[in-house]
Ligand binder design. Structure first.
Ligand code: ZN
Length: 549
């Protein structure tokens, strides 16, 4: 009886509450209200702490201070899976989903069905549009769910326009979704912005015109010197460090970088300079103008990803003057984009979110220099283990791949040799556990039963898509990584790789902040709630109430 009473109270409540709110202030004619344009910004490799590490150096009228001052910032936003790589991050931001569901388990992965390495956006069934190289044989086909841009298209019967833009193909394609009008990415061989026949058969005139401007050559002629006098970069190490990569040649170990030698030649070098961001903003502005994004009341979506911070970060590291200068210049590029949108779409008429696909660890050489934990993993064991497997189990071909910190076993061969796979796995776990810098090794069979901090367990489980993942997972000690003597990388569960910025700004966003833990997976459902559209098909995130109300 009590149960019955309670449930009828609940029914009354659930009917009466929405009825009150819907009558409160919805306009009867134009409901649901939506912004004219949504601008999703992903800064490739941006650590959360860059918002504050350089805060004093950002311009008063710059992009970051505008967003932090007038927008809503979620200060503890985490990536809820491993590996924390670019393709997974862009997909997660826009799908609200995790690799275990959307299938993008790395930038590349070993595919257990195809028995081959697969690149996240490769698609041999489409052709390059805009150049003669194969850089355009790409599509979102491997992403197995809809994303927020697809849902916006569905919600408006495909009247919304969606365009994705990034230097990296995966940074443009995965955010733009399956049903996008276009995704444009940069062909480093030709210096052209290109697309694929997934979207169209010919570049629009305005993109052809943009390519004809040969902006990379203009930027190369300007070179890269610091925005402010170099002695004011007190948040960074001195300029020339042995653990920094020499991206622009061994003859140029530091600022200022003369890029004249690349004019008309190496179009990929622009990626590793802040000019890559400037060029991306220029194309984004051209897209808004020429495709009339945000020009009418049907919401459009511009998905922009800045790839250059990742190239710069990998090479020079988070404590370099190059990284600091990149963010000071990106601040100006963002300000330029926002001012343009104010004039073109109208202040308050567009909704922006800014986040990152992953963050990054400090350079191991920098950590060693400062007596901090974090070193380069000696990966000699990958060769050694093959020989040991031959001696013990009869073949040196029993491992197919070490992709994404996982060991993929060669199951067809193991079956044909009638090897006891359980014994093989146990032996491998024991062997790998002994390697310096590897803190945990376990098979996916035992993931849910071994003693492991819940955070790590759930992040690994969220990254596990069986046909695109291995048999054994390696967890490195914090700050440890594979790689050479210079530069740094990301991919781990640790906060240095998984703590990302998340700031909302513009249409219907009130200034504020939360320190509550939020997740990358919350972004898409929050945008869906604000736009009153369906969340994407693999979404597991929660609406960030503080932003959406
Ligand atoms: Zn990266």
């Amino acid at each position: 009886m009590l149960k019955l009473l309670l449930s009828s109270v609940l029914i009354v409540l659930s009917f009466s509450v929405p009825a009150q709110t819907t009558t409160a202030k919805r306009s009867p004619v134009n409901a649901p209200e939506r912004p004219k344009l949504v601008v999703g910004i992903v800064v490739d490799q941006m650590r959360w702490d860059y918002l504050y590490r350089y805060y004093d150096r950002y311009a008063a009228n710059g992009g970051f201070k505008r967003m932090l001052g007038q927008g809503f910032t979620c200060e503890n936003t985490f990536i809820p899976y491993t590996p924390t790589y670019t393709a997974c991050g862009h997909t997660c931001v826009y799908t609200g989903s995790v690799p275990a569901i959307h299938g993008i388990t790395g930038n590349s992965w070993w595919d257990n069905r195809k028995l081959a390495s697969v690149y996240c956006t490769e698609d041999k069934s489409v052709k390059t549009v805009g150049s003669t190289t194969r850089a355009g044989e790409m599509s979102p086909l491997n992403m197995l769910v809809t994303n927020i841009c697809d849902e916006l298209r569905l919600a408006t019967n495909f009247r919304s326009k969606v365009i994705g833009i990034a230097i990296k193909d995966r940074g443009a394609i995965l955010p733009a979704g399956h049903s996008a009008n276009a995704a444009y990415w940069y062909d480093s061989k030709t210096g052209n912005w290109i697309t694929s026949t997934w979207y169209m058969n010919e570049l629009p005139k305005w993109v052809q015109d943009f390519n004809a401007r040969k902006l990379p050559d203009t930027y190369y002629a300007k070179g890269w010197s610091t925005l402010y006098p170099i002695n004011t970069y007190v948040q960074s190490t001195s300029d020339k460090k042995d653990y920094e990569g020499k991206r622009f040649g061994s003859d140029q170990p530091g600022f200022p970088y003369d890029l004249n030698k690349y004019v008309g030649k190496d179009y990929g070098m622009i990626n590793s300079t802040p000019w890559g961001n400037t060029m991306t903003v220029e194309l984004a502005k051209a897209a808004v103008t020429n495709e009339q994004l945000g020009a009418d009341n049907i919401t459009d979506f511009l998905a922009v990803s800045f790839s250059s911070p990742d190239y710069i970060g990998h090479n020079f590291g988070p404590n370099s003057i190059e990284a600091e200068d990149n963010y000071l210049r990106l601040d100006k590029d963002l300000a330029d984009l926002f001012t343009f949108l104010d004039n073109k779409v109208g202040k308050g008429q567009y909704l922006v979110f800014l986040t990152a696909d992953h963050a990054v660890a400090h350079v191991p050489g920098f950590m060693e220099e400062n007596k901090l934990p974090g070193r380069i993993l000696n990966d000699g064991f990958k060769k050694e283990v093959k020989q040991l497997l031959k001696d013990k189990f009869g073949s040196d071909q029993l491992i197919s791949s070490f992709a994404n910190n996982q060991v993929h076993l060669n199951h067809p061969l193991i079956d044909s040799l009638r090897i006891d796979v359980k014994a093989l796995k146990q032996w491998l776990v024991k062997y790998l556990e002994k390697q310096p810098g590897i803190t945990r090794v376990f098979t996916f069979d035992e993931l849910m039963t071994i003693p492991l901090p819940e955070k790590i367990r759930s992040m690994v489980a969220n990254g596990y898509f069986p046909s695109r993942c291995g048999d054994i997972q390696l967890i490195l000690e914090p700050g440890w990584m594979e790689g050479g003597k210079t530069g740094t990388t990301h991919g781990s569960w640790n906060p240095h790789d998984s703590h990302i910025p998340l700031v909302f700004y513009g249409w219907n966003v009130k200034p504020g902040k939360t320190n509550r833990e939020t997740y990358m997976t919350d972004i898409a459902p929050t945008v869906a709630a604000m736009l009153r559209i369906q969340m994407p098909s693999g979404s597991v995130g929660a609406v960030i109430e503080e932003v959406a109300k």
